[in-house]
Design a protein around this ligand. Structure first.
Ligand code: M6R
Length: 618
């Protein structure tokens, strides 16, 4: 959840450490924005810290008012509060005996450790679990003045999840990091090195990076990076190059990251499709290093994911079952391992995650592996934990998604899951090559069609602005339109703080129709009339049922579908495509609606209240 940055540069103190860390925090702020803080180390001047509750802007103002010294090393933190209120005192860094520590995660045994420290006379100033770590590292350092060894010693005592960064006032050219179940990557510079929760922390300075494994400690100096396990045994870290640059992580003229990312969607889908076929048109998923015999033997697929990624899984279920005739279950990752799921070596567990760090999803992957299942990650973020711990990874190429609300990741997750479904169908002989080729051609046409939806979004924006005072919106869909409805509702809840529910349209008459009263706005996702006829006519009946009870119907329908017009207060059209691919278009007006309505309410669509982009606690 929290964002972490570390930097160490030349022996000459300067403003660069602070600049790098503030820039990194700006890019990581999507991970949490309850408070922010920095610690600087400079030769002779020892340790200086600044921290402030609220968004990063508050910290920047504080530093502008009380300038910090030139430095050689720095660490910075942006917080999503777990232990203790989001105030100045609980903000990180936490300092003890010359050591400053920042932390992402939860130290589950902090109460025991705190009691032990208090018994030894240590006084606490904050309510955080992190302060325990600062005191422990300071005490370990007092015994052996080696910061790396001190952090290793302490890491072994902690239960829970953590990425920790530490600096010591006596050591101006060293930053040490440790990770257990929380992310940390290293950026490799020239005469300077970086640490970050993800690569966006240092993307403005370098695209060369190192991926750290579980239970590792890293020490960076201006010229060296040393990685060991918690026992001090040296380990080799995998080097990789980030395939996007700093410009991709900027707003590019849009008023919000979310708005930009909605407009990135044609490219995100196109990039996710790119290079997936050979010269004969056969699908080749080179990254999927799973034995073909294992994939042929799969008799069940379980998708594990959370939030929007889970809705992408729901959409994929319809397609994969239809194309491959393999049963697909979709399970919220946090429910999966607690219900003793039936998975074995013939089960393919597919983890879908933009960040690749969602703790619930990671734990589901681990549980699936313990049960002998094959695990495959559909992930957007290189260097993240879920693909590293899975048997294989299929990367989406959506580029950095900064806004907390997921948009382009959703479309590229669906696209990647479709590629997986088609690949399995090809491998197992469920579909002829020309049938697969036809779907691929339709998929390749999707980016242009998304662009058409974006180009004609004026009306949906207008309606959204008119509806800024709305108290409740319902969303209905059938078949693949059902997860689209749930995603439309989630977008509105998280961005506009409006009560919203997504229902399967057929379920209405079993209860939810009681919610309909005169004026109640209801979005209805209508399937193509060219698809299965009964599906279309059933939803047209559902629209009539709610209209008869006074609902205000806002209908997403295919171009040329005139049958819905008599029953709709508003129709937003999307270009024609086949039923299974329609979610890639139908969700776009719903994303725009939520973004526009929240903006009209004066809300921050990139950083909605109480949320964080990367949910690295269970
Ligand atoms: O990084 P992930 O895809 O694993 O994240 C999963 C969910 O936390 C995420 O999709 C969340 O629901 C978004 N805020 C939705 O917009």
């Amino acid at each position: 959840m929290c964002g972490i940055v570390g930097y160490v540069g030349s022996q000459q103190p300067s403003g660069r450490p602070l600049e790098v860390v503030l820039e990194g925090l700006r890019r990581l702020e999507y991970r949490g924005y309850d408070s922010a803080g920095v610690a600087l180390v400079s030769p002779g001047a020892s340790l200086a810290t600044a921290k402030k509750a609220g968004k990063l802007a508050n910290l920047v103002e504080e530093i502008d008012t009380h300038p910090m010294p030139a430095a050689t090393a720095a660490i910075g933190h942006t917080r999503w509060a777990t232990h203790g209120a989001p105030n100045d005192v609980n903000a990180h860094p936490h300092v003890s005996g010359g050591v400053a520590v920042i932390h992402n995660g939860i130290v589950e045994n902090f109460a025991t450790l705190k009691a032990e420290l208090e018994a030894a006379g240590v006084a606490f100033t904050s309510e955080t679990d992190t302060e325990v770590v600062a005191h422990l590292v300071a005490r370990a350092y007092a015994q052996t003045p080696d910061l790396t060894q001190a952090l290793r010693t302490v890491a072994q005592r902690l239960h829970g999840t953590f990425t920790l960064l530490a600096v010591h006032g006596d050591d101006p050219t060293t930053v040490v990091g440790a990770r257990h179940d929380s992310p940390l990557v290293v950026g490799l510079g020239d005469g300077e090195n970086f640490l970050g929760s993800d690569v966006s922390a240092f993307i403005a300075s370098t695209r060369d990076a190192l991926e750290l494994g579980q239970d590792q400690v890293v020490t960076i100096t201006p010229t060296e990076v040393t990685v060991t396990d918690f026992d001090g045994t040296p380990v080799e870290a995998r080097r990789f190059t980030v395939d996007w640059d700093a410009a991709a992580a900027e707003k590019g003229g849009f008023r919000s990251f979310m708005d930009k990312e909605i407009h990135d969607q044609p490219q995100a889908v196109a990039d996710t499709l790119l290079g997936r076929t050979d010269t004969t048109g056969r699908l080749v998923l080179d990254e999927l290093r799973i034995d073909e015999a294992v994939l042929r033997a799969v008799d069940k697929i379980v998708v594990v994911a959370c939030g929007t990624a889970a809705y992408a899984g729901h959409v994929a279920k319809y397609a994969i079952e239809h194309w491959c005739r393999i049963p697909v279950e979709v399970e919220l990752a946090h429910e999966f391992r607690y219900r003793d799921p039936v998975v074995d070596e013939r089960t393919l567990v597919v983890a879908v995650s933009q960040s690749g760090e969602t703790m619930d999803t990671l734990m589901a992957v681990r549980h699936a592996k313990e049960q002998g299942a094959t695990t495959l990650a559909i992930v957007n973020t290189h260097g993240s934990t879920i693909p590293r711990e899975s048997d294989a990874a299929l990367y989406t190429h959506a580029g950095p998604e900064i806004a907390v609300a997921s948009t382009k990741a959703f479309l590229s997750q669906i696209t990647a899951a479709y590629l997986l479904g088609l690949y399995l169908a090809q491998l197992r002989g469920n579909k002829y090559a020309d049938e697969i080729g036809q779907v691929l051609d339709e998929l390749r046409a999707i980016p242009d069609k998304i662009q058409q939806v974006l180009d004609r979004a004026g009306r949906v924006r207008e309606i959204a602005r008119w509806m800024a005072d709305t108290q409740s919106v319902l969303f209905l869909g059938r078949h693949v339109g059902y997860p689209v409805a749930m995603e439309g509702a989630l977008k509105l809840k998280e961005l506009a703080y409006i009560h919203a529910e997504g229902f399967a349209a057929g379920e209405l008459k079993h209860g939810p129709i009681a919610l309909i009263e005169p004026g109640q706005p209801v979005f209805v996702v209508v399937p193509s009339p060219r698809g299965r006829d009964s599906l279309h006519s059933k939803i047209v009946s559902n629209i009539q049922e709610i209209r008869a009870r006074g609902a205000r119907t806002l209908v997403i329908a295919e171009e040329g579908d005139e049958t819905v017009r008599p029953y709709a207060d508003e129709v937003f059209t999307v270009p024609q495509t086949s039923t299974l691919l329609a979610p890639l278009l139908a969700v776009v007006p719903l994303q725009i609606f939520a973004c526009e309505l929240a903006t009209a309410k004066g809300l921050d669509v990139d950083q909605p209240r109480n949320l964080a982009k990367s949910v690295t606690v269970e």
